[in-house]
Design a protein around this ligand. Structure first.
Ligand SMILES: [Zn+2]
Length: 451
């Protein structure tokens, strides 16, 4: 048996009462949290293999869950474009994407995510057996949602066949760190049979479905024109809404649609930075949350966020709502921390396994170094601390010191324990330049996705 102990840390449990423990200890046995509590309550087993001493300078949080990402090497390239102009650029990326591109993009992106405290990613991409390979090298948890499309001319994306093959060969591999869902681009890229197949795979293999929707105003207007109903209604009619479905974006949805999401238990991957950067608008997440929708956070990946740091995402998601509602009480620190952790776990149907620091859950944990100017000073009043607010509004990914997944240390002193970071970066740089050259050759083939 392997036993690790983390002690002398401030623990943000994100349990049902959002308990914060001033000087806590966590015991991990075979990757599972065995006990958690005040230092005096939890005894350190004599057989412990390793004791990680936070020296009262570290905070322990559940690892972050990024519920919508597209790993890529195209970053800072298709800029200053509205979504409608940006989508053809994205098509160009996918027309030229190779297995090698996927591998190097995944390695670079997952390394960035890991260094920023993300332990689980929902990635929607191509050639995802190579994404799984990259995740295996780093040790990160990965949900694969193959980027499937079958409407002409988008047949260069993944297919139902390749999606099903990934489910059969990769789902629950790497000790359960890899899970595979049915992935669907959107209503303009995927035919009705493709949706039916996604629902079939959901039933047959017990996997989830991940897709985009209602990202941009013109997009939703076109859906209503073409299908005679809203995206949510089309998805509902096709049997997609439910606890095992995760929708990204949902910026342009009406209150009736929100209620349908809440009633069916359909989760949201809210990507506020991406939606702002692409000029899509601001999702009405406080309303959705008050109606009972599970709201989690996604970065949407490097191509349209340029960053994959859920500390940034928490801060921005809160501030943009406070600003638009002219209400300082909207989306406080506790809520934001839940969105980045337990709500993300719920979005992936993993709330019994990850997302909080509780006995019986997997030790997917991050240690944040608080002995830094941006996280000092720390005050306490009983069990309340200003560090909660500073964790959301002052901290950033570079404060992350240590990352564990299933009790395995993947990051120590801010560095990967599993890969040579310089090699990952150098190889990604080389591959990126090659990809940009190939992309240039196909520029004349840029397509317009919505007519
Ligand atoms: Zn997306």
């Amino acid at each position: 048996m392997n036993c690790k102990v983390i002690t002398n840390v401030i623990i943000f449990t994100v349990n049902a009462t959002d308990r914060i423990i001033k000087n806590g200890t966590v015991v991990i046995e075979n990757g599972i949290i065995k006990s958690v509590g005040h230092k005096e309550e939890v005894s350190i087993p004599l057989y412990a293999d390793e004791i990680i001493d936070g020296k009262n300078k570290m905070a322990l949080l559940p690892g972050f869950v990024d519920t919508h990402n597209h790993s890529s090497l195209i970053k800072g390239v298709a800029e200053n474009k509205k979504l409608i102009e940006w989508l053809p650029e994205y098509d160009l990326e996918h027309r030229t994407c190779t297995e090698e591109d996927t591998y190097h993009a995944s390695r670079l992106c997952y390394l960035e995510c890991l260094k920023n405290g993300t332990t689980t990613i929902m990635d929607m991409y191509r050639f995802m057996h190579r994404s799984a390979e990259a995740a295996g090298e780093l040790g990160i948890r990965l949900h694969l949602a193959p980027y499937a499309a079958d409407v002409l001319p988008y047949t260069f994306f993944e297919s139902t066949g390749s999606n099903e093959e990934a489910i059969k060969t990769l789902h629950m591999s790497q000790n359960g760190r890899i899970r595979v869902w049915a992935g669907l681009e959107d209503l303009f890229y995927c035919s009705q049979p493709m949706y039916e197949n996604a629902v079939r795979m959901q039933k047959e293999y017990g996997v989830g479905i991940h897709t985009h929707g209602c990202e941009q105003m013109e997009e939703e207007q076109t859906v209503i024109r073409k299908f005679g109903k809203s995206t949510i209604d089309v998805l509902g009619q096709r049997g997609l809404l439910g606890k095992k479905t995760l929708l990204a974006h949902c910026v342009w949805i009406n209150e009736g649609d929100m209620k349908k999401m809440a009633d069916t238990g359909t989760s949201l991957a809210h990507c506020p930075v991406s939606a702002a950067k692409l000029g899509c608008g601001i999702a009405r997440t406080p309303l959705m949350k008050s109606m009972g929708v599970n709201v989690s956070l996604g970065t949407d990946g490097p191509i349209d966020n340029n960053s994959m740091d859920l500390f940034q995402e928490m801060k921005f998601a809160s501030l943009i709502q406070k600003a638009t509602h002219c209400d300082a009480l909207v989306f406080g620190a506790k809520e934001m921390l839940r969105m980045a952790t337990i709500n993300g776990a719920r979005s992936l149907n993993m709330e019994d396994e990850i997302g909080s620091i509780e006995t019986g859950k997997s030790a997917d944990l991050i240690l944040v170094d608080c002995f830094r100017p941006n996280l000092q000073p720390i005050y306490w009043e009983g069990d309340e601390t200003n560090l909660l607010w500073n964790m959301v509004f002052s901290a950033h990914g570079s404060n992350v010191d240590t990352v564990l997944v299933q009790g395995e240390i993947l990051l120590r002193n801010g560095k990967s324990t599993k890969v040579d970071e310089a090699k990952v970066i150098t190889e990604a740089q080389k591959q990126g330049i090659d990809w940009m050259k190939r992309r240039k050759l196909h520029e004349q083939e840029i397509l317009r996705p919505i007519e």
